[in-house]
Write a protein that binds this ligand. Sequence first.
Ligand code: DX5
Ligand code: ZN
Length: 227
Amino acid sequence: MSFDRAIKIAPSILAADFAAFGAECEAAEAQGADWIHVDVMDGHFVPNLTFGPAMCKALRPHIKGVMDVHLMIAPVDPSIDAFAEAGADVLTAHVEAGPHIHRTLQAIRGAGMRPGVALNPGTPAEAVRDVLDLTDLICVMTVNPGFGGQKFIDMGDKIRALRDMIGDREIHIEIDGGVDPKTAPLVAAAGADVLVAGSAVFKGGSAANPEPYGANIRAIRAAAESA
Ligand code: DX5
Ligand code: ZN
């Protein structure tokens, strides 16, 4: 994984066909996805339950590029090794998931993955200032995590504060929740480079009819790049 600040579109498979994840990942990549975003939820940290490391491991051969795993679980640390074995490239933990985000990020890097840290809408940018040197990605949630298809919450001030805080460090700013061609320019202009999109990518198509995915990805990218 090399670093750049070009816009990257990361379809969230939360909006894909759960009975066809492998084919959905392949279709999304073939249609222009840069990363594949995989939402792990535990029914405890967030009020929804998806899947765990066994599913990530099964998906790994179907993803050529970056597997971006977003953990919405607590605690995180007991599961880190399992996600490393599953082949996650980026492993993102929420700063709200426990009292020891510093230790968690160290452990993720120690297990050979890129550590990411996610911020709920109610958590300020300041919460990550002291872990910047331990992280490769900051995920700014623009919905309260747990479900796809929610309304975008404007976090422009937080994104700009993080972009300033990051300076020259090689840290991605990822936006997750309600990203579509209308909201993408706002977050790109504020300094984001990785745009997660579930409903806005997977709408209108299927693994057997993937062309709409391509059109959706191009529309989000074009809108972001025009910012
Ligand atoms: C929400 C998840 C998101 C979600 C985004 O908790 O972390 O990745 O799938 O879905 P959309 O793009 O539909 O808001
Ligand atoms: Zn996510």
